[in-house]
Design a protein around this ligand. Structure first.
Ligand SMILES: *Cc1c(COP(=O)(O)O)cnc(C)c1O
Length: 228
């Protein structure tokens, strides 16, 4: 078995155990494989092992990989920061965007979504408490942003996403995930997605209701940015 396939088996056990511990159906947690800095060949191995949702942070890297993997029926998710001049390519080449955090970007993605494609699935990225980065909308601004995004014809608002600051402590890991779950509960009904949890904190995220866990390191090994 390849390393990636062995990693996937171990990861599936973690996801399954975390879901059972939370009293959730394991099938309610979906795996998004985050392949940034990793070669197309690693994604191909993972596809052979049964994973078809792939997340990328950098547009050009993603487009290159999409070309190399054009023979596979993969579902592509954009999960990185979005600059205005990248929205057209994102609208054209992805099925999901997890990292929408302002209306201007959402409007551009909606306008630029090709008419022949289904509406782009979108999560709003929220800057939950304790987050180190500057990305993500403030929780106070979320209801208005969600209402405006839900009205855009080229988009289908699915839910929320967050990237809390890493912590080794379970309670500290769960707090921002619980906050994201509560924020989702305050929005219009029908939103079904909580994109939260990475390699180091997926158990805490699943305990708090994650429907997508975004996993890179635990599948592909540590990233070597120097090699890119
Ligand atoms: C890199 C990245 C991940 C995956 O992180 P790992 O710790 O390697 O599992 C998930 N989400 C986002 C937004 C990322 O940038």
């Amino acid at each position: 078995m390849s390393t990636v396939a062995a990693n996937l088996q171990a990861l599936a056990v973690r996801i399954h155990s975390a879901a059972e511990a939370a009293g959730r159906a394991p099938s309610s947690v979906r795996l998004l494989a985050v392949s940034k800095t990793k070669p197309a060949s690693a994604v191909r191995e993972l596809y052979a092992a049964g994973v078809s949702d792939v997340g990328e942070n950098y547009l050009q890297e993603a487009l290159n990989k999409q070309q190399e993997l054009a023979d596979l029926p993969l579902t592509w998710h954009f999960i990185g920061p979005i600059q205005s001049n990248k929205t057209r390519a994102i609208a054209e080449h992805f099925d999901w965007v997890h990292s929408v955090d302002r209306l201007k970007i959402a409007q551009r993605l909606s306008e630029q979504r090709p008419a022949g494609l289904a509406p782009l699935n979108v999560c709003l990225q929220v800057n939950v408490s304790g987050e180190g980065s500057k990305s993500g909308c403030a929780p106070a601004d979320l209801p208005a942003l969600a209402a405006a995004v839900a009205a855009l014809p080229g988009l289908r608002l699915r839910g929320l996403m967050a990237i809390p600051a890493p912590s080794d402590e379970r309670a500290a890991q769960e707090r921002p995930f619980a906050q994201l779950r509560e924020l989702l509960g305050q929005l219009e009904p029908g939103l079904d997605t909580l994109s939260m949890g990475m390699s180091h904190d997926l158990e805490a995220a699943i305990a708090q209701g994650a429907t997508w866990v975004r996993i890179g390191t635990a599948l592909f090994g540590a990233r070597d940015y120097g090699a890119v």
